[in-house]
Design a protein around this ligand. Structure first.
Ligand SMILES: *[C@@H]1O[C@H](CO)[C@@H](O)[C@H](O)[C@H]1NC(C)=O
Length: 267
């Protein structure tokens, strides 16, 4: 998905290097390297044989949540899910999706319902570095919540992906504030399905971060939907997990009617 001034494709949280500032200094201002064991729910969604495509989150033994645009158009047999490591190229384990459930109203209206579930063909083995993330039952504090975003997204618009997972603390902003900050960009209609997070210019999402998890006190509240590349002082926009809880429940219980299903033919 490409907006006039956006690149909306499934990309991730990166940190814009200010060319006038040493890149090292930048990490002190904004993001930092994740430590071993941070964000054990984080996955790297990869194109075989292992090139990082998007972020995502483990929500149970068999299910991964990511953004719709991350999986749209990919045959299921080309994808793999790397878990249990802060280095996307050295995963603790690799799992394979057998089905992709893309929301039936994906991108309708534009930038809405950008969400997908992947069912794995084997159960994830949980350990200290590999854990599901909790899902929300109640809304988080609106306009004040401190949110953790993690990703292997590039650290500048044209930059390469970092080997090590990055983490950044962002703040929730209300949709009114978000709308105002996004007003120079045409075509963006925020709805109840969106969550906006923002910190400051030079901190935020970039290519490779899409689909990645936004977490409030250990609970998943968002999946990265789109951003203005990269970290230009514009909020990052996420799919609101609580808004999609019913869709997720129905899809995971096998009763979902709102999903375009791509299944792998095994055998
Ligand atoms: C899951 O899929 C992968 C890749 O197709 C395959 O190698 C593996 O044997 C499958 N596991 C099971 C339990 O079917």
């Amino acid at each position: 998905m490409t907006l006039p001034k956006f690149i909306v494709l499934c990309l991730s949280v990166g940190f814009l290097h200010n060319i006038f500032v040493a890149s090292q200094a930048h990490f002190i201002v904004g993001g930092q390297n994740a430590a071993v064991g941070d964000a054990p729910y984080q996955i790297s969604l990869q194109i075989l044989p292992g090139s990082h495509l998007c972020g995502g989150a483990i929500i149970s033994e068999r299910w991964i949540l990511t953004a719709g645009h991350c999986v749209k158009g990919y045959p299921v047999y080309l994808l793999q899910v790397a878990t249990g490591s802060i280095f996307h190229a050295q995963p603790g384990a690799v799992y394979y999706p057998e089905s992709i459930y893309l929301h039936c109203n994906y991108d309708t209206p534009k930038y809405h319902n950008d969400i997908a579930l992947l069912r794995l063909n084997e159960s994830i083995v949980f350990d200290a570095l590999t854990q599901p993330v909790a899902l929300p039952d109640t809304p988080f504090p609106q306009g004040t919540a401190q949110l953790l975003f993690t990703g292997w997204g590039s650290q500048s618009v044209a930059g390469s992906l970092p080997a090590q997972l990055k983490r950044v603390q962002q703040q929730h902003i209300t949709s009114q504030v978000c709308r105002n900050l996004l007003s120079p960009y045409e075509d963006v209609q925020l709805g109840a399905c969106h969550v906006c997070a923002y910190r400051q210019a030079n901190i935020g999402a970039c290519h490779g971060d899409s689909g990645g998890p936004l977490v409030y006190e250990g609970t998943l509240v968002g999946i990265l939907n789109f951003f203005v590349p990269c970290a230009q002082g514009v909020p990052d926009v996420f799919m609101n997990i609580i808004y999609y809880r019913d869709w997720m429940r129905q899809t995971m219980s096998g009763n979902g009617k709102c999903g375009q299903v791509y299944k792998q033919q095994i055998g």
